[in-house]
Design a protein around this ligand. Structure first.
Ligand SMILES: O=C(O)CCC(=O)C(=O)O
Length: 311
């Protein structure tokens, strides 16, 4: 059976802060056009420029079995789990170029530079990006650089983040499958493997398997092909699965959410209440889980470096 892929995504062009917050209140993903297009990053970040600016940096790469994202039974059991490998950024760029040009013969393993702490690894190019002031909070920024080739497609499996995410596509394209966080358990979260809130799903949503995951909302996905120069707002707790369409670079700007956001984004509260009972049971099961939970709740309440002006 085929599930339909629908572009139900809202779009807005270069919004003022007020227009942004009006959209944000709806607790729906939307695309911002005509903002990051003007960042130097979108014009300057060729492979040669990145090599010159930061090629000698040591980066940590995700390493996965080639079929890791294509066998849903194995994936659900956590087989072929992720390892990491350190290498020079310039070596990783060589790997990507060889992959894209069909020159890598070993396809048993796929590499992906994901979740890179941008400011820490690449301070030389931070100035190529304009941080948006929609939230008046300091974001934590992650760098993602991958490709799609005959042998390997960079993939981030289905998960949610407990933060607001402005996801900026700098180069190339990415495909995102987004799911509204209706009923937590229908996403088959891996509660038992988690030391914090279980935010990873056992489902590979690009492979349809009604037998294995009968409760999963297969029909409800929003499918987006994100183009260079577009920013996608991913609300906190919305599930998302991300794959490379071609060689591409993205940046995630993660903003903590605060207690007062519950009053602005009304659906956020019902989402958290839906997750909370399952989570609390797990959160008190070990010392580590408990301290992660306390840190999370503190981050909702305590002020960040910037004054919150969501009024
Ligand atoms: O780009 C990716 O591969 C994943 C991005 C992501 O999951 C995120 O920003 O939360």
């Amino acid at each position: 059976m085929k599930t339909h892929a629908v572009e139900k995504i809202l779009r807005i062009k270069n919004p003022s802060k007020k227009q942004f917050l009006e959209m944000w209140k709806k607790y729906q993903p939307f695309i911002i056009e005509d903002v990051s297009t003007h960042w130097d990053a979108c014009n300057k970040w060729s492979n040669n420029y990145l090599r010159e600016q930061c090629g000698n940096k040591i980066v940590s790469i995700q390493v996965r079995d080639k079929d890791f994202f294509y066998n849903d039974r194995k994936f659900a059991n956590g087989e072929g789990f992720v390892n990491r490998k350190e290498m020079k950024f310039s070596e990783y760029i060589d790997y990507i170029e060889n992959e894209v040009n069909g020159k890598n013969n070993n396809h048993d393993l796929g590499f992906y530079l994901g979740e890179g702490p941008f400011e820490e690894w690449f301070p030389e190019i931070v100035g190529d990006v304009t941080y948006q002031g929609y939230f008046n909070r300091k974001p934590f920024v992650q760098f993602w650089y991958g490709c799609s080739s005959k042998g390997h497609t960079s993939t981030t499996p289905l998960h949610f983040d407990g933060m607001h995410n402005l996801f900026a596509q700098i180069r190339g394209r990415k495909k995102l499958l987004l799911f509204s966080p209706s009923d937590y358990l229908s996403f088959y979260p891996s509660i038992e493997d988690s030391t914090g809130y279980a935010h990873h799903s056992k489902v590979l949503p690009h492979l349809y398997d009604l037998e294995l995951f009968p409760k999963f909302p297969w029909q409800d996905k929003i499918e987006v092909i994100l183009q260079p120069g577009e920013i996608l707002y991913i609300p906190a707790f919305w599930w998302h699965h991300v794959t490379a369409v071609d060689e591409n670079i993205s940046l995630s700007f993660f903003y903590d959410f605060k207690i007062q956001d519950f009053f602005m984004q009304k659906k956020l509260l019902s989402t958290v209440l839906n997750i909370a009972p399952h989570y609390l049971y797990h959160a008190t099961s070990s010392k580590e889980s408990l301290s992660n939970t306390i840190a999370l709740i503190k981050s909702w309440i305590l002020p960040t470096n910037f004054t919150d002006t969501l009024k």
